[in-house]
Write a protein that binds this ligand. Structure first.
Ligand code: C5P
Length: 304
C-alpha cells in the first residue's frame, strides 16, 4: 500500500477583529484575537509520480472548492516543493471538509496549512515550524494561525502571531449560512462605507485578561468584530440569525471573521445542546454545529 500522511486542521473564530484603514499593499492592518475550534478538516497526502500535484475534495461544501491550481492547498504543496523539495516530489491530496467553505472560519487556510504539514512529512523534508509558518504567511493571512492553533493575538494582516493565555475550554455553537461570503468583498465594503471605527486596543486587552482567567463575562463584553456591519450588508440574513439566535440561548453571538457564519458562545454544554436545537429551526440557518476551543493547530493523525 502507498504511504499516506493524514493531518487534521482546526477552523477558527475571531473573538476580536479590529480593522485599521487599507494599507498601500491592499491589505488592512488588523488586531485580532484568534481561537482555534474543534471543527476540523482532514488533509491526506499520498505520493504521486513524476511530480504530479492533484486534489480531491469531499464533505461540507465540497462542490464549491476548485480542484485546479487555484486551490490553496495545491498552491501550498507547490510552494513547499519549490522552496524545500525536488521537482519529482508529487502528491495527491484528499481533503475531507467540515469547516464551512467561505464561512469566515478559515477553511481554505486550514486546508493549505494541512497540505504544508502533510507534504513536508510525506516528502521527508527537513522543514521546521518556523519555516512552515513563513510559507504559510505567503499563502494567506490566516494560514499561519491554522498551523499554530490555540489562542493567539494576530497583528499585521493577521499573519504575525503571539500565543496568548487561555484558561479552560469554551463551548461554541456555529450557525452556518445558506451561502458563503468572499473575504475580499467584505473588506471592500468596509472601505466603501469608510467604517474606520477601529475597536480600541483596550477592548482587546480586556478580552485577553478575561481569557487568561476564564472570566466569561469579561470575554462576552470584549468580543467585537469591525467587519460585522459589512458582512450583514452583504448577507442580511445574518442579522436574523444573530437576533433570533440570541433569544434562544447562548451568552453572546458574533459574526465569525468576515462571515457569514455566526458564532454563539455558550455557558456550558447544556446551553450549547439547547441552542443547537433552537437554531436548527431558523430559516436563515442551513446547518448548526457544536465545537470547543481552544484546540491545537495542524497535527499529524497518522503516517503509514
Ligand atoms: O490573505 P488572504 O488571501 O486570505 O486575504 C483575502 C482577501 O481579504 C485579500 O485579498 C484582501 O482583499 C482581504 N484582506 C484584507 N486585509 C487583511 C486580510 C485580508 O484586506 N488583513
Amino acid at each position: 500500500m502507498d504511504a499516506a500522511v493524514r493531518v487534521q486542521v482546526p477552523g477558527k473564530v475571531n473573538l476580536a477583529l479590529s480593522v485599521s484603514p487599507r494599507r498601500e499593499d491592499g491589505y488592512h492592518e488588523l488586531t485580532t484575537l484568534f481561537m482555534a475550534v474543534s471543527l476540523h478538516d482532514v488533509v491526506t497526502a499520498t505520493p504521486a509520480r513524476r511530480g504530479r500535484l492533484s486534489v480531491e475534495v469531499s464533505g461540507e461544501g465540497a462542490d464549491q472548492v476548485p480542484v485546479d491550481m487555484s486551490n490553496l492547498a495545491l498552491k501550498a504543496a507547490a510552494l513547499l516543493r519549490a522552496r524545500y523539495g525536488a521537482p519529482d516530489h508529487g502528491a495527491h491530496l484528499r481533503i475531507e471538509k467540515r469547516i464551512p467553505v467561505a464561512g469566515g472560519m478559515a477553511g481554505g487556510s486550514a486546508d493549505a496549512a494541512g497540505a504544508l504539514l502533510a507534504c513536508s512529512v510525506l516528502w521527508g523534508l527537513d522543514v521546521g515550524q518556523p519555516e512552515l509558518l513563513e510559507l504559510a504567511a505567503e499563502l494567506g493571512s490566516d494560514v499561519p494561525f491554522s498551523l499554530m492553533g490555540g489562542c493567539a493575538l494576530g497583528t499585521g494582516r493577521g499573519e504575525q502571531l503571539a500565543p496568548t493565555l487561555c484558561k479552560g475550554t469554551y463551548e461554541w455553537v456555529f450557525a452556518l449560512a445558506h451561502r458563503g461570503l468572499s473575504t475580499a468583498r467584505v473588506f471592500a465594503d468596509y472601505d466603501t462605507y469608510n467604517e474606520a471605527q477601529t475597536t480600541p486596543r483596550m477592548v482587546i486587552d480586556g478580552l485577553m485578561t478575561g481569557l487568561a482567567s476564564h472570566d466569561l463575562e469579561a470575554v462576552r463584553t470584549g468580543m467585537c468584530n469591525d467587519l460585522e456591519h459589512s458582512a450583514i450588508r452583504l448577507h442580511p440574513a445574518i442579522l436574523d440569525t444573530l437576533e433570533e439566535g440570541l433569544g434562544l440561548g447562548g451568552v453572546t453571538a458574533i459574526v465569525s471573521g468576515s462571515g457569514p457564519t455566526v458564532a454563539f458562545l455558550c455557558g456550558d454544554e447544556d446551553d450549547a445542546v439547547n441552542l443547537v436545537v433552537g437554531l436548527s429551526t431558523l430559516p436563515s440557518v442551513r446547518a448548526v454545529v457544536r465545537a470547543k476551543g481552544p484546540v491545537p493547530g495542524a497535527r499529524v493523525l497518522s503516517n503509514s
